[in-house]
Design a protein around this ligand. Structure first.
Ligand SMILES: Nc1ncnc2c1ncn2[C@@H]1O[C@H](COP(=O)(O)OP(=O)(O)OP(=O)(O)O)[C@@H](O)[C@H]1O
Length: 814
């Protein structure tokens, strides 16, 4: 069985074994060493301890690499791909960084916290990662403790509704003047944390340092005020928000701690430091409002990262800022679920809203903030592990990056990549752990979230195996292996861990470039709980194989009994009969073993099927909910559009009818006018004087009036209009001489006539305009019909020529 090395994997999975607490006991887990001395082990096998009579199958698991009991923190740090993760977070030159995830998973007491956070004498992966990060970015870090403008730019670039604080500010607010208290111990142990009953830091801050937390708004406002006060030194305002040097957290008897061999720490030249040792070393104390800062020199400095062979390279063209996120301690009375927010890059990329983000400009600051964060993590002792972590711990190191200002260009916008380090709470069996009440309920939740995590990991392992098998057989689906969806949205834990691994940004081809890469370190105690460890190994391993164990004792007993029976039967059967019997018994034993393995496989498959059914049901419910939501949304939009269309159509129709009415009114008005004139006898008289041969007008046409406006007084103006089913021909033939005659006569009738004439002339012009517009509309309406059918075209032409025939106005005039 080879360990698949999938290219599409969410993360590499490493196994770390912890040293034996009592080495002389039997271990159930064995490491398979590869034949070559240079190669690292990748496989382990587990077999049930002797006292477990139920299962006899041997299970074999494959991991990216197995670290045996002797492996130290430094070896783990160097060999688990964390350095490339850090390089990814820093980002290549001119490019944004990529998120990285380091997580530990294992049964309670198997060494997760030891791996991630270290112990009193050894640094964990988190401290080592911070050391490398600060060492590599030191020349490129922006100064936020003293520069309000830079701090404000960071604050305004954060989209997660976080509270940004400079580290000095934060630490001072957390550990204000309690420095005169006596030393109460010197042992550093995280195990004492659960018993500490103190004010939560946030309540302390609000009670004792009102306004001490600068919100984004207050810092931005402060920076604006500072910029505006040009006469004063611009630092004046920010000084009030700036906090004392880190060196006050050093013990005066100790030299500055060489936390990072690469970067000297500030000298301890401040007021007499507290006699107290690190707050994490305190035995249980009565409630008090004072807290004491961790003593920097008490924090472990081993192992060092000074002589690492390869270090991640930062972007030389960029400026960096490093922020450490801390979730404010929850109010037990009003526990709220984590609030996720999509980021500016993609709705899939989620961040937790409402965190405190501490801008740390040095490793020492970062370590102090980390220690402070650890205090806020809820730890409650259980029967299994006295220092058991009863919550999943997330340590998020945000690396902000922007292009530095040059002579030709200003600095670019801040981009963010996050290194998330996760110490998952241990899975445990309630019976073993002897938990009760709220702690038992919490354990149930933790186990549930770990179950969902297990499903995701199994799915990823299956995908990876399928992809490797597909690649080996050259079978693929258009170059893309068919992968099952990893159900990471089932719970907050898996969403937090993996939403960035699947985030699609922008919809373009290069969207996967920023997807998160991860490292999962599974911890196991080879002498611990066989069942619980086996369960975790089953869902976390990259591959698994079940083989039959030799059940020599049982088979031997059967064979021995059979042989005795055979010999008791006398010598009649002879040697041949006995051999036959032995062979039959051996076959029987082999069949029994097969049945047992088949039963185990069946049980495993049943469990997986049930898990798959569960996720299927959840997915179906989600689909239904989404479908209903989409339906409702589409229906609402459709109805709104329909109503809009109806409104528009009604308005258009009303306007059209108004235009028609107006047109008809005007025609009627003209008709009435013409009739009036006719009645007055003007037209009859004048028509007698008009020249002979004047064109007759078709009876169907309306002959309203004629007016001769030509200079020679002999011209006539004809007007034809057609609107829908109404055809109107207007002949205007006004004899100006008559008008002149009338003018000369200067009778009331002549004056009336003149007035009428000029009114008519105006009306005629308006009518002409309306007529022209109508003709254009008619022509447009007829055009498609003419194009469609030649016969129709002819019909239209005929109709048109008939319509214009009597008026003397050619089609070209239309
Ligand atoms: N590789 C190791 N080397 C030395 N000591 C170890 C190692 N791993 C674990 N231990 C010790 O085992 C004990 C339990 O380890 P740890 O607290 O890290 O377990 P855990 O898996 O985090 O447990 P929980 O899930 O309950 O928090 C600690 O005292 C720790 O120092």
């Amino acid at each position: 069985m080879d360990a698949p090395r999938p290219s599409t994997a969410l993360f590499d999975v490493y196994l770390r074994l912890r040293p034996a607490p009592t080495p002389d006991t039997d271990r159930f887990l064995a490491v398979e060493h590869p034949p070559s001395a240079d190669a690292h082990p990748t496989h382990i096998t587990i077999r049930a301890p002797a006292n477990d009579n139920r299962k006899r199958a041997v299970e074999k698991f494959a991991f990216t690499r197995v670290f045996e009991e002797g492996a130290g923190q430094r070896e783990l740090f160097e060999s688990t791909g964390i350095l490339p993760l850090i390089e990814g977070v820093l980002g290549k030159e001119g490019r944004e960084g990529r998120d990285g995830l380091v997580a530990t998973l294992g049964v309670t007491g198997s060494g997760k916290s030891h791996t991630i956070l270290g112990s009193k004498s050894q640094r964990g992966l988190t401290q080592l990662a911070l050391d490398v990060l600060y060492h590599q970015t030191a020349p490129h870090l922006v100064e936020t403790e003293t520069s309000p403008a830079v701090f404000a730019s960071l604050a305004s670039a954060d989209v997660s509704e976080a509270y940004l604080l400079p580290a000095g500010h934060f630490l001072d607010a957390m550990y204000s003047s309690g420095s005169s208290t006596e030393s109460r111990g010197s042992t550093y142990s995280r195990a004492t944390t659960p018993a500490l009953v103190r004010e939560t830091p946030s309540s302390y801050i609000h009670m004792h340092c009102p306004g001490a937390f600068p919100t984004i708004d207050s810092v931005v406002a402060a920076s604006k005020r500072a910029a505006a006060a040009a006469a004063r030194p611009s630092m004046a305002v920010f000084d009030r928000l700036t906090y004392p040097s880190l060196s006050k957290y050093h013990h005066h008897h100790h030299p500055p701690s060489p936390l990072s061999p690469h970067k000297p720490q500030p000298a301890p030249n401040l007021p007499p430091p507290p006699q107290d040792s690190s707050f994490i070393s305190l035995p249980p104390q009565p409630p008090t409002s004072k807290r004491h800062p961790p003593r920097l020199s008490a924090l472990p400095t081993h192992p060092s990262t000074a002589d690492l062979a390869t270090l991640p390279a930062p972007d030389p063209t960029a400026a960096y800022a490093i922020l450490i996120s801390i979730k404010p301690p929850p109010n037990p009375a009003r526990r709220r679920p984590l609030l996720f927010k999509p980021t500016e890059h993609s709705p899939d990329r989620k961040v937790v809203a409402g965190l405190r983000k501490i801008v740390c400009t040095s490793l020492a600051h970062a370590l102090l903030v980390l220690e402070t964060g650890l205090q806020e993590r809820r730890v409650a002792g259980t029967g299994t592990n006295a220092a058991s972590s009863r919550s999943h711990g997330f340590f998020c190191v945000e690396v902000k990056k922007r292009l530095r200002a040059t002579r030709t260009a200003n600095e670019g916008p801040w981009s963010t990549a996050t290194l998330t380090i996760v110490d998952l709470a241990g899975s445990e069996r309630a019976r073993t752990a002897k938990t009760a009440g709220a702690t038992l309920a919490e354990a149930g939740k933790i186990n549930e979230s770990l179950m969902y995590l297990g499903q995701c990991m199994q799915m990823q392992a299956d995908n990876a195996t399928a992809s490797t098998a597909g690649a080996a057989q050259g079978v693929n689906n258009g170059g893309v292996p068919q992968a099952n969806l990893v159900p990471y949205r089932q719970c907050k834990l898996t969403e937090l861990l993996f939403s960035n691994s699947f985030a699609r940004e922008g919809g373009g081809g290069g969207v996967r470039a920023r997807q998160q890469r991860g490292v999962m370190i599974v911890t196991a105690d080879p002498w611990g709980d066989f069942n619980a460890t086996g369960q975790i190994l089953r869902y976390s391993a990259l591959a698994r194989e079940v083989t039959v164990a030799r059940v020599a004792s049982v088979t031997g007993a059967i064979v021995g009994g059979a042989a005795r029976a055979a010999s008791g039967m006398g010598t009649a059967g002879g040697g041949a009969g006995q051999e036959e019997l032995e062979a039959a018994l051996a076959a029987l034993a082999a069949l029994r073993e097969e049945v047992e393995v088949a039963q185990m496989l069946l049980a495993e498959e049943t469990r997986r099927r049930q898990a798959a059914e569960l996720s299927w049901n959840v997915a179906e419910l989600r689909c239904e909910a989404v479908e209903a939501e989409v339906r409702e949304e589409v229906w609402g939009e459709f109805e709104a559009r329909m109503a809009g269309e109806q409104r528009r159509w009604r308005a258009g129709r009303a306007a059209e009818m108004d235009a028609q009415d107006e047109h008809l009114d005007r025609k009627l008005e003209l008709l009435t006018l013409g009739l009036d004139l006719e009645r007055a006898g003007v037209w009859e008289d004048e028509s007698a004087e008009t020249e002979a041969g004047k064109e007759n007008v078709a009876p169907a046409e309306s002959h309203f009036y004629s007016e001769d406006l030509s200079p020679s007084n002999t011209g006539k103006h004809r007007h034809h209009t057609s609107h829908h089913d109404i055809d109107i021909d207007i002949d205007i033939d006004i004899d100006m001489s008559t008008t002149e005659g009338a003018k000369t006569a200067d009778s009331p009738a002549a004056a009336h006539l003149r007035a009428r004439n000029s009114l008519l002339a105006r009306e005629m012009l308006q009518l002409e305009d309306a007529n022209r517009a109508l003709r254009e509309r008619l022509a447009k309406a007829e055009q498609p019909q003419q194009q469609r059918s030649p016969s129709k075209k002819m019909r239209v032409l005929k109709t048109a020529s008939r319509g214009w025939a009597g008026s003397g106005v050619g089609l070209d005039d239309c």
